[in-house]
Structure formats: structure tokens, C-alpha cells
Design a protein around this ligand. Structure first.
Ligand SMILES: [Zn+2]
Ligand SMILES: [Zn+2]
Length: 268
């Protein structure tokens, strides 16, 4: 199986590594393709996003690396386009559409916070009811491709970030909300990512999405991509083998990659 990864973050946003460190790690670990996906500028939460002014520098930097390493590695310049960000100003190779917040009474509680932050969100807006939070989250997720114009669906059940720590198992209601979002997204024919970002950072031991949601995608005829949502070059391939095993277990025989010709489906 060829090793690819199209979801990576650098020092331009909340990643630890420079773009070149990621390129070198990709070559060392035997990857054939790497795509960068800095966080789009986000007015409502500037903590993890790229500065508006830095986006040009990010784009130029990745394109310079593309040229420099053109005979050694396929390099692409993408963007993780948040559903509440303005449209991108530059021509990116692809966009990953992601939901990191929900809109609640004019505020934007995070769906990507620590367990403590999540508890605060639940107490402030949902009377402690996690499934009610998940309902709002999946409602936005169902619209993420319309909101972002993205090519890839990012970490579809990010709201489950802290579920292992809490010992939470998806309830019937939770799975109904997830199912509704998956059904809304399937007709677009865009790949859903299997994402190991929370594994690399010690929040979970399993990738997104939950196997029950992965099965919904498979049974609906959806496609998948393997992305590590890398924030640290040393962990570029974190959880890749586990993702492949899970995908095969559910029934997938192919995954989607991005190439200079666009999206292509290759055997697992
Ligand atoms: Zn994300
Ligand atoms: Zn990301």
C-alpha cells in the first residue's frame, strides 16, 4: 500500500514542525505524497488558526518546497477550511472541510477542546447533556461541504474527542445524529477521512471515525482517506496501520489519495 497523508499542520498554525521538517519525515518514513493543510483564518478562534497575513507566506513556502523536492516527493498545498472561516483567498490544491465549533446563542463553543473545556461547554449550554451537544455538532457537520466548498470531509466525529476518557459509548440518539450527517454528505461523493490526530496527542487510542460511523460510510457507498492530522513530524505516520486494519475490517478495499491529476482511488 502506498503511504500518503494530506492532513498536516506546521508552525504556520498550531503545529510544532516546519514544512521542511515534515517533508523530510515523509521521505524517511516512506511516504510518496504529503499534503499540507494549515488551519484557515478564523475570526472566532484565533488560537489555532493561521494569521490572515501569514497565509500568503504559507502558500509560497509550500510551493517552494514542491519545486525543491519535485523529484523525491509529491507535495501539495491544501487548507483545513473551517466551516466558520471566510472563503480562501488563494488557490489551494484541495480543502478539508472541518467543524471545530458549534454556534450557540451567538457564541461558538469548541468541539475540539480538552475534557475540562468540554465539561464547561456542556454545563454552560447543554445542561450537561453530551448527546444534545452532539446533535448540534452533527447538524453543522451535515452542512460542512456547503459551508466550506471542501473536497474532503475532516474528522467527522471530532465531538467524540474525549469519549474514551469519559468511558462514553455512542447512544442510539448519538448514532441517529451521526447517521443523518453521513446521509447528507454521501451524495456529494467526497472522501471522508480516517484521522488519527487525537491518537498522536494522547486523547484517544483509536482513530476517527468510530467504527459504527465508519460502517455507515461504507454501507452508504462512501470513500475514505487516511490522514494523520499531523502536528509533529515525528508522528507523521501515527496510527496508520490501525486505520488500515479498521478500514479492511469494515469492508473497505480502496482508499482515496490526491495526486497531480486530482483525486484517485487506489487499492488498500
Ligand atoms: Zn481539525
Ligand atoms: Zn487538522
Amino acid at each position: 500500500m502506498i503511504k500518503t497523508n494530506f492532513h498536516t499542520h506546521t508552525i504556520y498554525c498550531d503545529g510544532k514542525s516546519t514544512p521542511e521538517e515534515l517533508v523530510k519525515a515523509a521521505m524517511e518514513k516512506g511516504f510518496t505524497h504529503i499534503g499540507f493543510s494549515g488551519h484557515s483564518y478564523l475570526e472566532i478562534d484565533k488560537d489555532f488558526a493561521m494569521d490572515d497575513a501569514d497565509q500568503r507566506k504559507y502558500w509560497d513556502d509550500i510551493h517552494a518546497l514542491k519545486e525543491q523536492y519535485r523529484d523525491k516527493l509529491h507535495i501539495f498545498c491544501g487548507l483545513e477550511q473551517d466551516c466558520y472561516s471566510p472563503p480562501p483567498k488563494l488557490p489551494y490544491d484541495y480543502l478539508i472541510g472541518s467543524v471545530h465549533h458549534v454556534e450557540k446563542d451567538g457564541a461558538y463553543p469548541m468541539t475540539d477542546g480538552s475534557l475540562e473545556q468540554e465539561r464547561q461547554v456542556l454545563d454552560t449550554w447543554y445542561g450537561g447533556d453530551f448527546d444534545a451537544f452532539a446533535r448540534d455538532y452533527f447538524e453543522v457537520v451535515g452542512k460542512v461541504l456547503d459551508m466550506t466548498g471542501a473536497d474532503i470531509i475532516g474528522h467527522i466525529d471530532l465531538v467524540m474527542k474525549n469519549c474514551e476518557k469519559k468511558g462514553y459509548q455512542p447512544t442510539e440518539n448519538f448514532l441517529d445524529y451521526a447517521y443523518a450527517a453521513v446521509q447528507k454528505l454521501l451524495p456529494y461523493g467526497k472522501p471522508f477521512e480516517m484521522n488519527t490526530g487525537a491518537m498522536a496527542r494522547g486523547h484517544r487510542t483509536t482513530p476517527y471515525p468510530h467504527p459504527d460511523i465508519l460502517r455507515m460510510i461504507y454501507e452508504g457507498g462512501g470513500s475514505i482517506m487516511f490522514n494523520s492530522d499531523c502536528h509533529d513530524a515525528a508522528k507523521l505516520d501515527c496510527g496508520l496501520e490501525q486505520c488500515v486494519a479498521l478500514a479492511k475490517d469494515v469492508g473497505f478495499r480502496e482508499h482515496v489519495i490526491f495526486t497531480s491529476k486530482g483525486f484517485e482511488t487506489v487499492e488498500l
